[in-house]
Design a protein around this ligand. Structure first.
Ligand SMILES: NC(=O)c1ccc[n+]([C@@H]2O[C@H](COP(=O)([O-])OP(=O)(O)OC[C@H]3O[C@@H](n4cnc5c(N)ncnc54)[C@H](O)[C@@H]3O)[C@@H](O)[C@H]2O)c1
Length: 254
């Protein structure tokens, strides 16, 4: 097991990629705190991971609220006495051009996708410092690098999250706190279904999305989770400020 004894937080872990990451961390021996906005879904996810032998707690927390992020970190440290890993996964999508996006919609998306990582890291870093170091993993996107049509706020937020990853690595690596990003391609999650459902022809959109990936399919949440384990583990002890695309080759397309 690669994470034995480590204490980890995974945000937005009631479903999708975050849930797969929390399950993988628990399977590798970590104590895991998960959060989401909806208590029933989050408790269900925690119970499912516990049923496989994982040591997991659930806390309802909205990462867009700084006080919720603080409470999540404090409860985790109260429970297990340290913090080693923070995976900033919580995020939402929004299919709008810039003109179509209202000010409220822009702020709402940024408050989760970008402010959420800021809030959680702000409280996680002192806890990691007290624990002798740690690893922060930001779930960015291929949209950190390339634009997708009518996806203005999302692409901007993921570009910002990748740059925040690099900047934080600079500030905190001397204290043995590593910061890395994972940039998934399209992954089979409830959010992807929601994204496709907003298109005028969802099945045509699905085929188009599959075709983005030279590997010929969309990804599975567990394929992102495997990389999140690597970044959380001591196997990546000399890796910081990096990103790894988990995208079936999407980024090498012309
Ligand atoms: N699915 C993809 O194709 C894909 C591709 C690239 C990047 N991503 C990124 O991966 C992450 C997870 O995506 P997913 O597809 O699993 O999404 P999802 O919608 O399936 O799950 C999102 C999770 O985040 C939680 N969440 C949303 N807003 C929150 C908030 N304010 N506070 C706390 N929790 C909140 C939800 O409750 C849920 O548990 C996101 O950051 C997303 O941008 C996804």
């Amino acid at each position: 097991m690669r994470l034995t004894g480590k204490v980890a937080i995974v945000t937005g872990a009631s479903k999708g990629i975050g849930r797969a990451i929390a399950a993988a961390y628990a399977r590798e021996g970590a104590h895991v705190a998960i959060c989401s906005r909806t208590t029933s879904e989050g408790e269900e996810a925690a119970a499912a991971i516990r049923a496989t032998g994982g040591d997991v707690i659930y806390k309802q927390a909205d990462v867009s609220a700084m006080a919720d992020a603080q409470g999540l970190v404090e409860e985790t440290v109260d429970r297990w006495g340290r913090l080693d890993v923070l995976c900033n996964n919580a995020g939402i999508g929004m299919l709008r051009t810039l003109e179509e996006t209202t000010g409220e919609e822009w702020r709402h998306l940024m408050s989760i996708n970008l402010d959420g990582a800021f809030h959680c890291a702000k409280f996680a870093i002192p806890a990691m410092r007290s624990s002798g170091g740690g690893s922060i993993i930001n779930i960015a996107s291929v949209a950190s690098f390339v634009g997708f049509q009518a996806d203005a706020a999302y692409c901007a937020s993921k570009g910002g999250l990748l740059m925040l990853t690099r900047q934080m690595a600079l500030d905190y690596s001397p204290e043995n706190i590593r910061v890395n990003a994972i940039c998934p391609g399209f992954i089979r999650t409830p959010e992807l279904e929601h994204y496709l459902g907003q298109k005028s022809d969802p099945e045509a959109a699905r085929a188009e999305v599959v075709a983005y990936h030279p590997i010929g399919r969309i990804g599975e949440p567990e394929e992102v989770a495997d990389v999140a384990v690597f970044f959380a583990s001591d196997g990546s002890s000399f890796v910081t400020g990096a990103h790894l695309s988990v995208d079936g080759g999407l980024m090498v397309r012309p």
